[in-house]
Design a protein around this ligand. Structure first.
Ligand SMILES: *Cc1c(COP(=O)(O)O)cnc(C)c1O
Length: 420
């Protein structure tokens, strides 16, 4: 996590770029240092870093792999715009996301997925002209066809989302079975066969054009595991297409590329992944692959910056209470991890009383909520020497952070939002 040697035990602080701030970009560090205490907490995004990261991901992928961004991970408009040059489109999973993403990046192709699409959402998506439909059930085919019946001449492109049983067979990992168990997502393989028949033989096929298969089966997979899953999805899809005699144009192998919260410097191996996908494509001429990562694109570009309000000793342990908490950054509570953070020391202490500080070498960083679940980092070594008024930057807060948090709980003020 953080270096613990960034200041000596007597509080002799260093100014300027701190060796402790290894993963905080210079722009973010300077920006947070210049904020007034009442401007904290704040989400600070480094859009230049996001653009560079997304461009590197794109560059690692073969031409016949389309890169979509799953807006669910973080739909903030400046991020969507920053990603535009590197992505082929955006995956949206609700009518709300659809309208929002269309407004933010009007020219971008959209793939519309998600279970339980309402008739109104389907009508709006037909109206908006989405690029791909990820159909989750047989009834959804009928609902879509019913909307299209009022628009003769309109044809939409469909991928059937399947819930396949696959295994990962990465060299040093125990094979892990995924998919193939009960979920509300997608079609069982036999149901997919039925839907293919309905689309290729029946009237449903008049306005619904079957392009291929979509499968998003797991999250947190490393490149080797992702490749193993991808080749199984493609093999199954090719066999399905062969059985029914339709041309397999596309397979969307989903998102879920690994993000390691214990190592903010680690990245999914996009180079190995791209090379593996190139081999897979060599074996399937004419096939287009699509991926739709969310977390692995935007997690690294956001920080939740705040300050220490108080440091307390409780039954032998140190607690640093920060402005804000899990109502702004729910990620650690949801995932049961400690959010990585780095400390920006603040020298000024204008008060006449003693400055509260961590003395046990570690502290739990908690927020302002009156619940013991409001913990951002548990018994963290990186909090050694932390004092009231020091600033803390929680990293990897660019995805599934603000937008999954329960903002109204306890009625604290909202954080600021800054896009650099
Ligand atoms: C959530 C989701 C994604 C993105 O997953 P990440 O783990 O953020 O990469 C992609 N596709 C579908 C269908 C999803 O539900």
């Amino acid at each position: 996590m953080t270096d613990t040697d960034h200041r000596d035990r007597h509080g002799d602080l260093h100014q300027g770029l701190h060796p402790g701030l290894r993963h905080v970009t210079e722009g973010v560090r300077a920006h947070v240092a210049a904020l007034a205490p009442d401007e904290l907490p704040a989400y600070v995004y480094d859009l230049a870093a996001l653009r560079a990261h997304a461009a590197a991901v794109r560059a690692a992928l073969p031409e016949r792999v389309e890169l979509y961004y799953a807006a669910k991970a973080n739909p903030e408009a400046p991020l969507l715009t920053a990603l535009r040059a590197a992505v082929d489109g955006y995956e949206v999973s609700s009518g709300g996301e659809l309208a929002h993403v269309r407004a933010a990046v009007p020219d971008a192709p959209l793939a519309f997925g998600g279970p339980g699409k309402t008739p109104a959402e389907i009508a709006a998506a037909v109206e908006a002209g989405v690029h791909r439909w990820h159909v989750e059930s047989e009834q959804e085919l009928h609902r879509l066809a019913a909307v299209l019946a009022d628009r003769p001449g309109t044809v939409v492109d469909v991928l059937l989302r399947v819930n396949l049983a696959v295994t990962t067979d990465a060299l040093d990992a125990v094979p892990l079975a995924m998919g193939g168990r009960p979920t509300p997502f997608g079609l069982d393989p036999d149901q997919a066969e039925e839907c293919v028949r309905a689309l290729t033989d029946g009237p449903l096929g008049r306005q619904l054009r079957l392009r291929g298969v979509h499968a998003h089966l797991a999250s947190g997979l490393a490149a080797e595991e992702q490749l193993s899953v991808a080749s199984q999805i493609v093999a199954w899809s090719a066999a399905l297409a062969g059985r029914h005699g339709f041309p397999l144009a596309e397979v969307n192998i989903g998102g879920g590329m690994a993000v390691d919260y214990e190592d903010p410097a680690a990245r999914f191996d996009w180079t190995a992944f791209g090379e593996g996908l190139a081999k897979l494509l060599d074996a399937h001429p004419g096939l287009t692959l699509r991926i739709e990562p969310g977390r692995a694109l935007t997690a690294y570009c956001g920080w939740y910056a705040t300050e220490v309000l108080d440091v307390k000793q409780s039954h032998g342990e140190d607690f640093a209470v920060v402005r804000g908490g899990t109502h702004h950054l729910r990620t650690p509570a949801t995932r049961g991890h400690s959010q990585p953070f780095e400390v920006l020391p603040v020298d000024a202490w204008p008060y006449p009383w003693a400055r509260p500080a961590v003395t046990t070498g570690r502290a739990t960083l908690s927020g302002q909520l009156c619940t013991p679940k409001d913990v951002l980092a548990h018994a963290a070594d990186g909090a050694d020497g932390l004092r009231a008024s020091d600033r803390v930057l929680f990293s990897m807060a660019g995805a599934y952070a603000w937008n999954i948090s329960h903002h109204e709980f306890l009625m604290h003020p909202r954080p600021g939002f800054h896009y650099l």
